[in-house]
Design a protein around this ligand. Structure first.
Ligand code: MD3
Ligand code: FE
Length: 208
């Protein structure tokens, strides 16, 4: 049987258990400090509904929904402060596997509580010049069912489980592929004391 990588999109690469448990714990500690300075918010979609995922960012730019528009902003929408720097532990993962000469501009932090999900979408707000760079994703905490499609919204999809410590790289054709999170298996992994899942996505962004 063909793997999800072969069937759907060249450039999709999953590294199961890339981060050892101690590395996951250290990363969660660093993220707690980031979130003290840049608290999680529930962005309001262009359709007026709050997302089920809570979000914040680290790095030069953060991904926000501002008056119904998706964009990268250089300040936190509520504190008005610049985003905290990307933790060294996170940058180390990017440097080890992205194959990209520079650092990412944005580390989006997604927090999934019970029942949170993310519908099928593409990451396309970074600007044409940034699509040559891969997106790197790090999963922490409860496992989640991740859905991967191709270049078209209506095309075939396949799902896999992402576990704590898994790292996913989306380069080449996969960079603009449709993807989403169907559901989180809440309370299955003790990494986060109160349960839930954190996903980090590291991206190069053209400008603000
Ligand atoms: C496939 N996050 O923040 S990570 C997102 O688990 C996002 O929170 C999901 O999709 C999450 O935009 C999925 C895996 C991932 C990240 C980026 C991708 C898959 C991707 C970019 C292109 C194709
Ligand atoms: Fe995405």
């Amino acid at each position: 049987m063909k793997s999800i990588e072969e069937k759907l999109t060249a450039g999709f690469c999953i590294l199961p258990g890339f981060l050892p448990r101690a590395g996951q714990e250290a990363m969660v500690g660093a993220l707690r400090r980031v979130l003290e300075a840049a608290p999680l918010v529930r962005p309001i979609t262009p359709w007026g509904k709050p997302m089920s995922v809570r979000m914040s960012s680290a790095g030069r730019l953060g991904w926000v929904i501002d008056k119904g528009r998706y964009r990268y902003a250089d300040r936190h929408p509520e504190t008005g402060q610049p985003w905290p720097p990307v933790p060294d532990e996170v940058l180390a993962v990017w440097q080890a596997i992205s194959g990209w000469p520079g650092d990412p501009d944005c580390c989006l932090i997604n927090w999934y509580g019970e029942g949170a999900r993310m519908g099928l979408h593409r990451d396309a707000d970074e600007g044409q010049a940034a699509f040559a760079a891969p997106v790197v994703s790090i999963s922490l905490g409860d496992p989640a069912r991740f859905r991967m499609g191709g270049a078209e919204r209506k095309g075939p999809t396949e799902s896999i489980v992402l576990n704590s410590g898994d790292v996913v790289v989306m380069g080449g054709e996969a960079r603009l592929a449709y993807h989403g999170i169907d559901r989180v298996m809440f309370g299955q992994d003790p990494l986060l004391a109160k349960g839930g899942r954190i996903n980090l996505t590291l991206r190069v962004v053209k400008s603000a």
